[in-house]
Write a protein that binds this ligand. Structure first.
Ligand code: ZN
Length: 117
């Protein structure tokens, strides 16, 4: 297991979690993800597993449609950091673009057809 650390652009939201070496990512084609972009973890993290440190008031969230998925972003820089997923409510997928030490170019990207579910 490795400790992965990430943040939004301005640093108001920092997070970390333990997971094996990350070699693949998921691109979701739902109405928000296809506008926003950003490769997601292929695995989900429980609230206990994702350690979030956010400056007070920094973390904002957005819901739409079924209002199950909760998309979290930084109030200052606007960067999307993680999402509480629709398929596994309460669990998170992380925006891999926010990780400190990850070569995005090396990721095996898998498309995920959310609209077909
Ligand atoms: Zn920020």
């Amino acid at each position: 297991m490795l400790e992965h650390q990430g943040s939004c652009h301005c640093g108001a939201v920092v997070f970390r979690f333990n997971a094996p070496l990350i070699t693949e990512a998921m691109l979701c084609d739902c109405s928000i993800c296809r506008r926003r972009g950003g490769p997601l973890t292929t695995f989900t993290l429980s609230p206990d597993a994702l350690k979030i440190e956010a400056r007070e008031g920094a973390l904002r969230s957005y819901k739409f449609g079924t209002e199950i998925a909760t998309h979290h972003f930084c109030d200052t820089c606007g960067i999307f950091t993680f999402v509480e997923t629709r398929l596994t409510p309460g669990e998170y997928r992380v925006n891999l673009g926010c990780l400190d030490d990850l070569d995005q170019q090396a990721l095996d990207i898998r498309s995920y057809d959310a609209s077909a579910l």
